[in-house]
Design a protein around this ligand. Structure first.
Ligand code: ADP
Ligand code: MG
Length: 454
C-alpha cells in the first residue's frame, strides 16, 4: 500500500457524496455505505469495508458498476472496488501467532496536501507563516518552541503539516511527528494500559522523534498525568535543541486547566497569533483555489470573489466550503463559464438561508455543529467508526440532541444509523457522567451550546 492513511480517508470522503448523488436510492446509501471506509489500496483495487455481509452482497451485485464508475471519475485512475466486512479484514490480517502490540503513533502521518506553497500569506498570518517557514528550514535553531494560536479554521493545522512536509523535503532523514493532542491522550492511555510495544513513551520520543508538531494542545487541559508526561517529553526536546511547534485555540496564558509549569513553558516559547484574514487575503485564497481547480481567474468577476470573501471570510474552512458550493452549482446546476456576482449569490443561497434559519434547532443542525467543532464530517458522527475522538463527538451529539430536543433514545438511534436504545443511552450517560469531572468536556459542551444558541 503506497498511499498514506490520511490520504485514503480523504479520498473516500470525497468520493462518498458523489456516489450518493449517483444512486437513485438514498436508503441503500444510508444503510450500506454511509459508514464505509477504505481499508487499503492494493494493485489498483480499493478494499472497502462495509458494515455487514448483506452490504457486501448488495453492493457487489447491484452497485459495483456505478461505484466503480464514480471512483474512476473521481480519481482519474482505473481503480476497481472490492467490498468486504471488518471481520474478513481482521481474519486476513492477524493469524493468531503473530499478534503484536502496535508501535507508538503508527497512524500519525503528515498530510501532503498542506504545504507552504498553497498557504496564502497576508497580514493576518504573516508572523506565524514566517516563523513556521524558518522552523522548517532550521529546525530547533531559531525559534523554539513555537506556539501558534487562533480561532478554528484559520490555518493552524495547515501550517503544522506544512512545516513537517517542508522539513522532510529538506532533511529527508529528519523524523517528524505530527500528532493531534487528542491522539497523544489516546496513545498515553494505551501506553499506561500496557498496549504499546517497547520503551516508555518518554524514552520513545527521545529516541524516535526529531521534530514534534502537536496540534490543539488545549485538549491536554485537565489531564494531569498526561500533562506530566508531556512536560517531560517537552523538556527533553527543548534541552536537546529539537524543534517543537504547537497550536492552540487561545494564547497559552488563557489555557485554563493546563498545568502551570506547562503553561509558562509555552509562554516562554514564541506565541504567535493567527487572525481572521483580511478581505484581500480571502480573495487571494479564492484565486488560489480557482487555479488549483484548473480554472481561469478571469472567468470570475471581482465582485463575485469580493462577495464570497466578505460573507464567509471569518473562517477559511467556511470560505472553502462556499467556494466548493459555487463550483458545484456552476458545473451541475446552472452550467456557466463566466461567474458573476448573481451566480455567486445564488450558489450559496442555501448556506445563507441555513444561517438565517438558525432559530430552528434540529438533530441535523446539532450533528453539523458538533462535526464542525471537531473537524469531522457529519457522516462520521452518525457512522460506526470508533476512534476515540469520533466516538466522543458522537456521544456529545447524542447528549445535546437528548437534552435540547428531548427526543427519545430510540429515535435518536435511528438518526445515528440505526443504533439501538441502549447504545444511545450509554452514550448520553457517559457524557453526563464525564461532565461532572472533565473540565475540558464541559468547556466544549458550553462552546457548542453557544454555537447552537441553546
Ligand atoms: P485550523 O487548524 O486553524 O482550525 P486549518 O488549518 O484546518 O484551520 O484550515 C482550514 C482550511 O482552510 C484548510 O483547508 C486550510 O488548507 C485552509 N486555509 C486556512 N488558511 C489558509 C491560507 N492562508 N491559505 C490557504 N488555505 C488556508
Ligand atoms: Mg486545526
Amino acid at each position: 500500500m503506497n498511499e498514506s492513511i490520511s490520504e485514503i480517508v480523504q479520498l473516500w470522503a470525497r468520493i462518498l457524496p458523489k456516489i450518493k448523488n449517483e444512486m437513485d436510492d438514498n436508503m441503500v446509501f444510508d444503510t450500506f455505505l454511509s459508514d464505509s471506509y477504505i481499508d487499503s489500496i492494493e494493485g489498483g483495487e480499493m478494499i472497502i469495508v462495509v458494515n455487514s455481509p448483506v452490504a457486501v452482497t448488495v453492493l457487489s451485485s447491484k452497485y459495483k458498476d456505478l461505484i466503480d464508475r464514480v471512483v474512476v471519475g473521481a480519481t482519474e485512475s482505473n481503480f476497481t472496488t472490492r467490498f468486504v466486512t471488518k471481520d474478513e479484514i481482521k481474519s486476513q490480517k492477524t493469524s493468531p501467532k503473530e499478534v503484536q502490540k502496535p508501535q507508538y503513533f503508527s497512524d500519525s502521518i503528515l498530510n501532503p496536501s498542506y504545504t507552504f506553497k498553497n498557504f496564502v500569506v497576508g497580514p493576518s498570518n504573516r508572523e506565524a507563516y514566517q516563523a513556521s517557514l524558518m522552523a522548517s528550514q532550521n529546525p530547533g535553531k531559531l525559534y523554539n518552541p513555537i506556539l501558534i494560536y487562533g480561532d478554528s479554521g484559520l490555518g493552524k493545522t495547515h501550517l503544522l503539516h506544512a512545516i513537517g512536509n517542508a522539513a522532510k523535503e529538506r532533511f529527508p532523514k529528519l523524523r517528524v511527528l505530527y500528532v493531534h493532542a487528542q491522539e497523544f491522550l489516546d496513545e498515553y492511555i494505551k501506553y499506561v494500559k500496557g498496549d504499546r510495544e517497547g520503551a516508555s513513551i518518554v524514552d520513545w520520543f527521545k529516541s524516535s522523534v526529531d521534530m514534534l508538531l502537536v496540534d490543539d494542545v488545549q485538549f491536554l487541559s485537565n489531564k494531569k498525568n498526561t500533562e506530566e508526561t508531556f512536560f517531560s517529553i517537552y523538556n527533553n526536546f527543548y534541552s536537546a535543541g529539537k524543534q517543537i511547534v504547537l497550536t492552540s485555540d487561545q494564547h497559552p496564558s488563557k489555557l485554563n486547566g493546563l498545568d502551570d509549569r506547562l503553561k509558562s513553558r509555552f509562554i516562554q516559547g514564541l506565541p504567535l497569533s493567527i487572525n481572521v484574514p483580511e478581505k484581500e487575503t480571502c480573495e487571494n485564497i479564492l484565486r488560489m483555489r480557482i487555479e488549483a481547480n484548473g480554472l481561469d481567474v478571469n472567468d470570475f468577476d471581482e465582485d463575485a470573489l469580493s462577495f464570497l470573501a466578505g460573507r464567509f471570510g471569518k473562517n477559511v474552512r467556511e470560505l472553502e466550503g462556499a467556494f466548493d458550493r459555487l463550483l458545484f452549482y456552476t458545473i451541475n446546476i446552472q452550467p456557466t463559464k463566466h461567474i458573476d456576482l448573481k451566480t455567486a449569490m445564488r450558489s450559496v443561497s442555501g448556506l445563507v438561508n441555513i444561517k438565517e434559519d438558525e432559530e430552528r434547532l434540529s438533530e441535523q443542525k446539532i450533528i453539523d455543529t458538533v462535526a464542525d467543532y471537531y473537524n469531522l464530517a457529519p457522516y462520521q458522527i452518525v457512522g460506526n467508526i470508533r476512534t476515540s475522538q469520533i466516538a466522543m463527538a458522537r456521544h456529545i451529539s447524542m447528549y445535546l440532541i437528548r437534552i435540547l430536543l428531548d427526543i427519545p433514545f430510540t429515535k435518536i438511534g435511528k438518526t445515528f444509523g440505526g443504533k439501538d436504545h441502549a447504545t444511545v443511552m450509554n452514550g448520553v450517560n457517559k457524557v453526563e457522567k464525564s461532565l461532572k469531572t472533565d473540565e475540558s468536556l464541559k468547556k466544549a459542551v458550553e462552546e457548542l451550546r453557544g454555537r447552537l444558541k441553546a
